[in-house]
Design a binder for this molecule. Structure first.
Ligand code: 13P
Ligand code: SF4
Length: 368
């Protein structure tokens, strides 16, 4: 999806880092409690240092919902997270994304038209009243609204297990099958954790006719997993794990569930960014931990736990290029705008979409 971010002037792009830091702090001080700065764990340190609250996507959704007094919520993360914050906050609150080009390539792998097309095809083949749509929070508000209006729920990497258990609870009338999008890996890894096997799952490829599936597969699968992935987490491979274990035979391998199942199977610990942080913090002093997630978080964990050896499982891992777009100049630009009375880069979800999407988000928050 193309979202056009206007170019910033030289007073931002050429400013020295120390000057920008002073200006950001001055704007924060001027705005006081009218402002809440939410920062995802994958953000750069130059942004993280100004966080009022740092967290993973679930914690940030909760934080946004819990501060009705904040007039402006500056969301240092990616577009779908800012949309979720707008949906969960009141009409008197404005959510701002410092760079409009901070999207998520995984979220862009499923759009409403494709999901509606898949649903119509499945309607012809399966008992549609028993099919529950579940969307990972890494998805557009339009998809969350689709899910909300079709009896489904959002999930995050923290609560995917609880949400899938809810969706497939035999006590519920709807609950025989799940269409899970957009991340096939989170869906697959969670299904395995719940005791499902490879034979219970099929991949739905939106680029192929009927998702590339025979009718028997559509009918016979408990989970239909959308063919989407995270380009950052999919880079980790079993050979990275083997290499880390060769160098650190007693080390701990901790990975995000957006990694492939082959990697997850070899890991000691699997969980959301908040969970990975806890694994590192509670590991014994002098432990070696090989982490499979975004590099900014891994580097911060290494800095904050100097007695432990914290390394990326992939020595050549790249940052999440869209998270990386949020930097001190963009943060300064939106904050100084607010001080001047100008709201820049507001993220607004239209009313009808927000009503349906809120249903799906609130279902998630009620489940876990
Ligand atoms: P978390 O739910 O762990 O914050 O993950 C969000 C994300 O985008 C991971 O790539
Ligand atoms: Fe999206 Fe992957 Fe970046 Fe997370 S790390 S925001 S899933 S592209």
């Amino acid at each position: 999806m193309i979202r056009l971010q206007q170019a910033l002037g030289e007073d931002f792009t050429k400013a020295a880092p120390e000057d920008l830091a002073v200006r950001i702090q001055a704007a924060k001080d001027a705005l006081g409690s009218r402002l809440l700065v939410l920062v995802h764990h994958y953000q750069r340190d130059e942004v993280m240092r100004f966080a009022d609250f740092r967290g993973d996507s679930l914690a940030l959704s909760r934080a946004a919902a819990s501060r009705p007094d904040a007039e402006y919520i500056v969301f240092c993360g990616v577009h779908f997270m800012a949309e979720s914050a707008d949906i969960l906050t009141g009409g008197h609150q404005q959510v701002i994304l410092p760079d409009l080009n901070a999207g998520c390539s995984m979220a862009d792998m499923a759009d409403l038209e494709e999901v509606e097309e898949a649903w119509s095809r499945l309607e012809e083949v399966v008992d549609i009243d028993s099919l529950v749509p579940i969307t990972y929070i890494n998805s557009s508000a339009a998809l969350k609204a689709f899910v909300g209006s079709h009896g489904g729920s959002v999930c995050t990497s923290t609560n995917a297990r609880a949400v899938l258990s809810w969706a497939l609870d035999p006590a519920r009338r709807a609950g025989r099958q799940v269409l899970f999008f957009p991340d096939q890996h989170l869906g697959r890894n969670t299904a395995y954790q719940l005791g499902y096997g490879a034979g219970d799952m099929r991949v739905w490829d939106p680029r192929l006719e009927s998702g590339g599936l025979e009718e028997a597969d559509m009918k016979g699968s408990t989970l239909l997993l959308w063919k989407g992935h995270c380009s950052v987490h999919q880079r980790f491979t079993p050979s990275h794990v083997a290499q880390f274990r060769a160098e650190h035979p007693d080390g701990i391998v901790a990975v995000h569930p957006e990694c492939s199942h082959e990697v997850v199977e070899l890991a000691d610990e699997v969980g959301s960014t908040d969970y990975l942080i806890r694994v590192v913090e509670t590991a014994p002093p002098s432990a070696a931990i090989g982490v499979g997630t975004e590099i900014h978080l891994v580097k911060r964990l290494a800095d904050e736990n100097p007695a432990k050896t914290v390394v990326s499982l992939d020595p050549l891992v790249c940052p999440c290029s869209t998270m990386f777009r949020i930097d001190a100049p963009h943060l300064c630009w939106v904050l100084e705008g607010l001080v001047e009375g100008e709201v820049r880069n507001r993220i607004v979800v239209d009313d009808q979409t927000a009503i349906d999407a809120r249903l799906a988000l609130e279902r998630m928050l009620a489940i876990a």
